[in-house]
Design a protein around this ligand. Structure first.
Ligand SMILES: [Mn+2]
Length: 487
């Protein structure tokens, strides 16, 4: 995603709704169940209330055994992270809630995604586990970790069929406490045993949140592997999208064809998209966060696709390519494209251990300023800090990437922008140029052209590795790649 404002936060807020991180044990507020808060039966419930029914529905079922589980690949790494955060907060209780199901409307919830710090400290991905709270209690030698969870309602109780949130009749078999302990390598206890005081204040402290953001800036080997997998899945998604261009051109909302193709791919190959897909054709590409995606895709347009697959461990990629829908760039499209590519290359040239995100941004902006000045569209100004060229590139060039698309946002600003890059850091390089349709400050031929090129970058011991290099960047390479995909 191409913007400094952390739009991803909106999604986190959706998952960890204000006030809802406090787990809500055994609150059945759904179909036919009684809401603990209101004690009012859900209006539409028509389930039989007879004792005979209640007895019959809980008997005569086959095997009760749970699926065998294996230790999660990320679990040892999560243990190492817990040890490191423990060392930073001796004697202090550390709490990391997964967050709770967020209501969409009435009793309908959004699909659950745990808080990224919870995933980081437990190694649990996918939709594990609404209501869970990781508590690290201080001990003489460090901390002991306990994972408090809502146990599933299995076949021997009324909740099995009456609790749409936990009952296995509704949600299928899920790991129980023993299974989660085996998966994560952490002692588990029922959420009901979480001390009440912790329930009421089960938010990570700002100091812990900041320390975790600082830690998360340098990825361990497991995290780098996961980002690589996310990038590979994302590149495959871009290839699928190009294959759907003919259908997108035919459709009245071709951008939705692009979005649905990529998002479907993300669900098939990963957990979900890492953020809302931007599928912006023609002038829509000049709207930085164009996620309505309800426009047409026309031959001759450029299609800006900014999208990322989030894999099951919840690490995401964040890649943008700007593709000529008809397969070939026009002269003016290519002229703008080449400037953005030159800016990206200038950013790559200074990126490496010891450089900073601020320096990388300035390298890219140097190219943008020089070329736009050569084109004669930047007004002269006596103030050397006026930076009027930024009218056409208002976002920053880089952000950290990992469990969150805008990763480590709670890190200190000085560390984020001016901290020296270290091996293991993963960030984006994503300059762009955006000439809006009604921009009277530029020649008519530029109006309606929006271009961004975004790659995901790993800092190595002696430079950087472009993790998304398998996706063509140069205009000629893009054209050849698209032609090959269409054959
Ligand atoms: Mn981005």
């Amino acid at each position: 995603m191409g913007v400094e404002v952390d739009a991803h936060d909106a999604r986190l807020r959706r998952v960890v709704a204000p006030g809802s991180v406090v787990a809500n044990p055994r609150t059945s507020c759904d179909h036919g169940a009684v809401d603990d808060t209101t004690k009012k039966k859900i209006t539409r419930s028509q389930r039989p209330d007879s004792d005979a029914f209640k007895r019959f529905i809980t008997e005569k079922w086959g095997g009760h055994e749970r699926e065998p589980v294996a230790r999660a690949a990320g679990a040892p790494f999560a243990a190492e992270r817990r040890a490191r955060i423990s060392g930073q907060f001796p004697g202090v209780r550390i709490i990391a809630p997964a967050g709770d199901l967020a209501m969409r409307s009435n009793d309908t919830t959004y699909r659950f995604r745990p808080h990224s710090d919870f995933a980081y400290l437990t190694g649990l991905g996918v939709d594990h586990e609404p209501g869970a709270v990781l508590v690290m209690e201080p001990t003489a030698s460090g901390h002991s970790a306990i994972l408090y969870l809502l146990p599933p309602e299995s076949r021997d109780g009324e909740g099995f069929y009456s609790d749409p949130r936990l009952g296995e009749f509704w949600i299928g078999k899920r790991p129980g406490l023993a299974e989660f302990s085996a998966i994560a390598g952490i002692e588990t206890r029922p959420l009901a045993e979480l001390p009440r005081g912790l329930r009421l204040a089960s938010q990570p402290s700002p100091a812990v949140a900041r320390a975790l953001a600082m830690m998360r800036m340098v990825k361990d080997a497991y995290e780098v592997d996961q980002v690589r997998a996310a990038v590979a899945a994302t590149i495959a998604g871009f290839e699928r999208v190009v294959g759907e261009f003919p259908r997108a051109i035919e459709h009245k909302r071709g951008e939705r064809v692009i979005e649905a193709t990529f998002d479907g791919h993300a669900r098939e190959e990963g957990n979900a998209v890492g953020y809302e897909t931007i599928a912006a054709s023609g002038p829509h590409a000049t709207t930085l966060h164009w996620i309505s995606n309800d426009g047409q895709v026309r031959d001759g347009d450029l299609l800006l696709l900014d999208a990322g697959v989030e894999v099951e461990s919840l690490y995401t990629a964040d890649i943008t390519r700007t593709l000529p829908v008809g397969g070939t760039f026009s002269d003016v499209q290519r002229r703008v494209y080449d400037v953005v590519l030159e800016a990206a290359d200038a950013a790559f040239a200074v990126a490496g251990p010891g450089s900073t995100l601020r320096e990388i941004h300035l390298a890219a902006m140097g190219v943008i300023e020089r070329r736009l000045t050569e084109w004669g569209i930047v007004p002269t100004n006596d103030d050397p800090d006026a930076a009027l060229y930024r009218r056409w590139m208002v976002h920053s060039t880089s952000h950290h990437l990992g469990l969150d698309v805008h990763d480590c946002d709670k890190a200190r600003r000085t560390a984020y922008l001016d901290g020296k890059l270290e091996p293991g850091m993963v960030f984006t390089i994503e300059p762009g140029l955006y000439f809006k349709e009604d921009d009277l400050a530029v020649p008519e031929e530029l109006r309606g052209i929006g271009i961004r090129i975004e790659d995901d970058v790993l800092v190595t011991t002696d430079g950087v590795e472009n993790l998304s290099r398998a996706l063509p960047r140069g205009a000629d390479d893009v054209e050849r790649w698209m032609a090959a995909l269409r054959r």
